[in-house]
Write a protein of this length. Structure first.
Length: 328
C-alpha cells in the first residue's frame, strides 16, 4: 500500500524480476489524487447603508467545478465573482458552497446593511401654495429628510419658520422621513417665505397670501329702474376706484397699506370689473362712466371689504341721446 500525499496524476509501474529475466509495465494516469475543496472568498464591503453593492471574489482552492452563492436575502448566484446589491436592511449570512471532485466545502460571512445613514437632504412642499389673507386659512407643510442613498431618515427634529403668518415650530420625522407642520395665513397680503431646517440642512418654499376680491358690474339701465333686468347689456370702459377709508381692526396690513390709497380698474366688454389683493377694511367705491352715459343709480358708495369674494352694488346708466338743434 502506498499513500499519495500530493495531488496530481501518477503513472504506476510494475516491474517483475525472475530466473528467466525481468519485465516492466507502466500505466500512465493509473492514480489520480484530487486536491480537497476549500471554499474561501473576500467581500468588497461587509457593512454599509442600503442599497449596498458588494462584490465577492472567489479564492477557493482545490478541484472545484461548481460554485454556489447564497446571499442570505433570497437571492443566489453561480458566477465566479458575483456583485450583489442588498436593498433591504438587516444582517445577512453570505454562503459560498464549492464542490467538485475534491469534495464539498462551505464558507460563510456576514454583511450588515443599515436602513439609513446620516441626513443629507431636506425638501419642503406646501399645499396649497396660495391662501386667502384672512388670518384663518391654512396650508399643509411637508418636509422630507433623506440620506445620501435616498433613504428616508426617521426621528429627526425639523424646525419650521415663516416670514409671514403663523406656523408650528418643529416636528419629528416619521418612519418615512416626513415631518409636517401647518401654516396659518396672516391678515396681510404678501408672500410668506417658509423654511424647514435640520442642523446645517434647510429647504424653502413660498406661500402667497392673497387679498380679498371685490367685484361688480355696470349695465345699461334701459327702463331706468336701477336694477339689471334680463337683456340689459354691460357697459365697457367704466373706471372703478376703491379708496381705502380705514383698515379693519384685525388687519395686519397697516405696514403696507395707507389710508387714502386707491386701487383702479376698468370694466370689461360685459361690464364686469374686479379688484383683487385688497386689504380688509372700509372703502369708498366710485364709478366714472365714459362720455355718452348718464347714471340712473348712485355712482359712489361706502363699502366694506371682508374675507373672500365681496359683491359690489350693481350700477346702471342710460345712454344719452343728443338731438341736433333746429333753426326756426
Amino acid at each position: 500500500m502506498h499513500i499519495f500525499t500530493t495531488s496530481g496524476s501518477y503513472t504506476v509501474t510494475l516491474q517483475v524480476n525472475g530466473d528467466n529475466g525481468s519485465d516492466r509495465y507502466s500505466l500512465p494516469g493509473a492514480v489520480r489524487v484530487y486536491q480537497a475543496a476549500h471554499a474561501d472568498f473576500v467581500a468588497s464591503s461587509t457593512s454599509g447603508i442600503r442599497p449596498l453593492s458588494v462584490t465577492f471574489q472567489d479564492r477557493s482552492t482545490g478541484d472545484i467545478s461548481i460554485r454556489t452563492w447564497d446571499f442570505g436575502d433570497g437571492d443566489a448566484s453561480s458566477l465566479l465573482n458575483p456583485t450583489h446589491i442588498f436593498d433591504k436592511a438587516g444582517v445577512f449570512t453570505v454562503t459560498l458552497t464549492a464542490s467538485g471532485l475534491g469534495g464539498t466545502s462551505i464558507r460563510t460571512s456576514l454583511v450588515a446593511v443599515a436602513p439609513f445613514g446620516p441626513p443629507t437632504t431636506v425638501t419642503l412642499t406646501a399645499a396649497p401654495t396660495s391662501l386667502l389673507a384672512d388670518g384663518a386659512s391654512t396650508a399643509a407643510l411637508t418636509a422630507v429628510v433623506k440620506d445620501a442613498n435616498g433613504n428616508p431618515v426617521p426621528n429627526q427634529t425639523v424646525t419650521f419658520a415663516t416670514t409671514l403668518g403663523a406656523i408650528t415650530n418643529a416636528a419629528v420625522t416619521n418612519a418615512d422621513g416626513v415631518a409636517t407642520a401647518t401654516l396659518t395665513s396672516a391678515q396681510q397680503v404678501g408672500v410668506a417665505q417658509v423654511t424647514a431646517s435640520l442642523g446645517a440642512l434647510s429647504a424653502s418654499t413660498e406661500v402667497t397670501f392673497a387679498g380679498s376680491v371685490f367685484a361688480g358690474v355696470v349695465f345699461v339701465d334701459r327702463n331706468q329702474n336701477g336694477v339689471r333686468d334680463a337683456g340689459e347689456p354691460g357697459i365697457p370702459n367704466v373706471t372703478a376706484e376703491m379708496t381705502l377709508v380705514s383698515l379693519a381692526a384685525s388687519s395686519e396690513q397697516a405696514a403696507t397699506a395707507a389710508v387714502g390709497a386707491t386701487w383702479r380698474t376698468v370694466s370689461d366688454a360685459e361690464g364686469k370689473y374686479r379688484f383683487t389683493e385688497l386689504p380688509l377694511g372700509d372703502y369708498t367705491l366710485t364709478l366714472c362712466f365714459p362720455r355718452g352715459y348718464a347714471a340712473t343709480t348712485p355712482t359712489a358708495y361706502t363699502v366694506t371689504v371682508g374675507t373672500g369674494q365681496n359683491a359690489a352694488p350693481e350700477v346702471g346708466a342710460l345712454v344719452k341721446v343728443y338731438l341736433p338743434a333746429v333753426r326756426r
